[in-house]
Design a protein around this ligand. Structure first.
Ligand SMILES: Cc1cc2nc3c(=O)[nH]c(=O)nc-3n(C[C@H](O)[C@H](O)[C@H](O)COP(=O)(O)O)c2cc1C
Length: 132
């Protein structure tokens, strides 16, 4: 079964571009090997990641991320089965949000696949609007 999982968290300490790049590199390889796709967006401290793939693999990965000391306050926002992945070609798409709230939502709109459910879109947009 394919699931989409969305969580939000906070960086324990502000991460440098190099640290983000390291997470991106490891994740791209691991996710590709496990047919996991998705999107990770972040600003200064806040993190939101959408993961999609086989349910057992996604739950295993989410367990690792939850215990990864580089982030804290990990909250599961959404987990639903889907017929197909929305980000089939992205093993790990990393994107820094612009500081401005309006621009952040524009950026999110551009990143959101049309096939995402309305509930998932709303959750992502409310994060973009700095609602949390
Ligand atoms: C915010 C955040 C997002 C992450 N996303 C992924 C991911 O999509 N895929 C992945 O393999 N690891 C991801 N990681 C890294 C994992 O937590 C973990 O360090 C990595 O999978 C290696 O695990 P291991 O040391 O147990 O082998 C992420 C870490 C953080 C802090």
């Amino acid at each position: 079964m394919i699931v989409q999982l969305l969580y939000t968290s906070r960086a324990t300490a502000a991460m440098t571009d190099v640290e983000w790049r390291r997470i991106e590199e490891i994740s791209s390889v691991h996710n590709a090997l496990n047919s996991i796709t998705g999107l990770l967006v972040f600003d200064d401290r806040r993190i939101m990641q959408l993961l999609e793939g086989r349910d057992d693999r996604i739950d295993l990965l989410f367990g690792r991320i939850e215990h990864d000391r580089r982030n804290c306050e990990v909250v599961l926002r959404y987990r639903q089965s889907v017929a197909f992945a929305s980000y089939g070609e992205w093993a790990m798409r990393l994107c820094r949000m612009p500081d401005d709230g309006m621009d952040a939502n524009e950026t999110l709109e551009r990143l959101m696949a049309p096939s995402l459910s309305p509930q998932l879109r709303n959750l992502m947009l409310s994060w973009g609007g700095k609602a949390s």
